[in-house]
Ligand binder design. Structure first.
Ligand code: AGP
Length: 599
């Protein structure tokens, strides 16, 4: 997730773009860049870190500029460094582009372009777009060369491009990444999000997937891929700035719950774009793996617990899961041919870092699943598999959690295939199901109002029980943690089979019990547990992918292994609305920090 801001019109725009990028830093902030079109040149400036560092360079520029494109980066391909920052240019600095998303087929395109003599300066997927336009300009004008380029790339993208020979014109393409036009009196803004231009205009035109736009401020045209003109509604956005940063949602947490289809999709696309044999491990290395240590904290620990079931079921490999704070003090007789995997959204959790150092000292290969490229944990790891959620602002982790599961499930399927436990046909079937996740998540998100109404009935309670079996048991733990950390209420997750060994004693008249009833061999047992708690007066709420359970909050069924991810979204909504009804500071809950960098 990156931030794009561009402008073409009658206003001197360098400062407009810098201010706009600052308002989008919540979308990424490891580097920033701008291309200024002036004096028949394209001047590209880049700086590591925050937009302030770029502003210092821009302030040194003399003269005015009426057309420019800017970008603040959340690194996905290629580490955070000036060379990998956007904008990216072609071989002769005639073209400049900024991009938000993932070019899935970049590797093959890059190879073809290098064979034609193109010299690449970065490790990013984005740079191929600039060189493709350059190649197409040999036979087409800028507009058609840009359209031809868009036909050649696959993936998620929002792209803005400049061409030195057509000053004032910005070509734009949008597919699965956001791009909105801000229609002002004297010019047109382009941005990933409304806050970038809201102080200049509240007239917003939201581009749709497949749209191509040609901006020559204050005019703009929108086309489809065949350059057939399209009309898009001009919306009046009446949000204040803070609300706009939250995309109109009341809290970042709610926005990030709704971003999960996008983050799951971006993560899946990146895994596919970078697909190697079982993720950074050669087949020979994969075959040597005799077991896996999975280590993490908090929500990431619950993702690790979920992955344990997947790895044991599909890769048929022993897995040991431990919280990092416990792992680092255990006297473990490490098995040298076990793989150590750390899971962390921030990549800066002190306990997880300490556990990694212990594993490295024991000579284990270390893999991490992380959301922040260049963070400490990624630099300590031999291999890192990235989630692609963009910055997760709310303290309560939501989109990072489901994307961690996407990565870990993908790894488990690849490892299973590499170890010969899955035939290619079965691998393809399961992977195709995994790739349906963004669509399935959207079917859960539309139940928000129903979940809100149920939460309204139970928010005044003080004790909440979550039950699950097998891979839904970690989701019971996660649902309890989400509720605890933002509502400050007592909530506990249990393996449902355990309640008769003690916990059922806490159930009394009206105790809310949220039961995760997954279709499959354990469904009947879960339903018995539901009857047991109901008989003792529990206010039972079931979450299920069995459409026959009509009184449940239903999630769609695709594959058994997807139930944990989809049911987690339901529990995120429950936690969110109970906390809201309790009047809590949802995004900044008391006593907590987004990243626990102390042991
Ligand atoms: C999750 O909602 C919490 N904010 C917390 O448990 C978090 O998951 C934990 O601190 C681990 O953080 P990390 O993923 O950045 O390592």
């Amino acid at each position: 997730m990156c931030g794009i801001v561009a402008y073409s019109g009658k206003q001197d725009c360098a400062k407009l773009i810098i201010e706009g990028l600052k308002k989008l830093e919540y979308r990424g902030y490891d580097s920033a860049g701008i291309s200024l079109q002036k004096d028949n040149k394209i001047i590209t400036l880049k700086a590591l870190g925050r937009v302030d560092n770029l502003e210092i360079l821009v302030n040194k520029e003399k003269g005015q500029c009426f057309c420019a494109i800017g970008h603040t980066r959340w690194a996905t391909h290629g580490k955070p460094c000036v060379e990998n920052s956007h904008p990216h240019n072609d071989c002769h600095n005639q073209i400049s582009i900024v991009h938000n998303g993932i070019i899935e087929n970049y590797a093959s395109l890059k190879a073809e372009l290098e064979a034609k003599g193109h010299i690449f300066k970065s490790q990013t997927d984005t740079e191929v777009v600039a060189h493709l336009i350059e190649e197409n300009l040999k036979t087409l004008d800028f507009t058609h060369a840009f359209c031809q380029t868009i036909k050649q790339i696959r993936g998620a993208y929002a792209i803005c491009a400049l061409y030195v020979k057509e000053p004032g014109k910005i070509m734009v393409a949008k597919n699965q990444s956001p791009m909105v036009l801000g229609v002002a009196k004297e010019g047109v803004f382009l941005a990933s999000d409304v806050p970038a231009f809201l102080e200049h205009t509240n007239k917003a035109v939201f581009l749709e997937d497949g749209d191509i736009a040609q901006i020559e401020g204050p005019f703009y045209k929108i086309f489809d891929a065949e350059l057939k003109e399209q009309t898009r509604k001009v919306n009046e956005v009446n949000w204040d700035f803070t609300t706009a940063q939250k995309g109109g949602y009341a809290h970042f947490m709610l926005k990030e719950i709704h971003e999960q289809p996008q983050s799951a999709q971006d993560t899946l696309l990146t895994l596919k774009a970078g697909l190697k044999d079982s993720f950074g491990l050669t087949k020979e290395e994969a075959k040597k793996i005799k077991g896996i240590y999975l280590v993490a904290c908090g929500t990431a620990y619950h993702a690790a617990l979920c992955a344990k079931y997947m790895l044991e079921d599909y890769a048929q490999i022993p897995v040991e899961v431990e919280t990092a704070s416990e792992f680092k003090y255990r006297k473990i007789a490490f098995c040298k041919d076990w793989l150590f995997i750390a899971v962390s959204q921030s990549g800066e959790t002190a306990d997880t870092i300490a556990a990694i150092k212990n594993a490295k000292a024991a000579g284990l290969k270390v893999m991490s699943v992380c959301n922040v490229l260049g963070s400490t944990i990624t630099r300590l790891s031999d291999i890192t598999l990235y989630t692609h959620c963009g910055p997760e602002i709310s303290v309560a982790s939501t989109k990072a959690f489901t994307s961690q599961l996407v990565v870990l499930y993908s790894f488990a399927l690849n490892l299973s295939f590499a170890l010969g436990h899955l035939e290619k046909a079965s691998f393809d079937k399961f992977y195709t199901s995994l790739e349906k996740l963004p669509k399935l998540m959207k079917q859960v998100l539309v139940q928000e109002e129903k979940i809100k109404q149920i939460a309204k009935k139970i928010y005044a309670k003080n004790d909440f029980i979550f039950l699950g079996r097998n891979s839904a048991y970690p989701i019971a733990l996660e649902g309890a943690l989400k509720l605890k950390e933002i509502s400050y209420l007592h909530a506990e997750g249990f393996a449902a089979g355990e309640i008769k060994h003690g916990p059922i004693a806490v159930i009394e008249e009206g105790t809310p019990v949220l039961a995760l009833v997954a279709k499959g061999p354990l469904e009947e047992k879960m339903l018995s547990n539901c009857q047991e708690v109901k008989a003792r007066g529990a206010a039972l709420i079931t979450i299920s992918d069995d459409m026959a359970l009509t009184d449940a909050v239903q999630v769609p069924f695709e594959q058994e292994f997807l139930f944990p991810i989809l049911s987690a979204i339901v529990l995120q909504f429950f936690a969110y609305y109970i906390a809201v009804f309790r009047g809590r500071d949802v995004d900044r809950p008391r006593n907590l920090a987004k990243s626990v960098t102390v042991e």
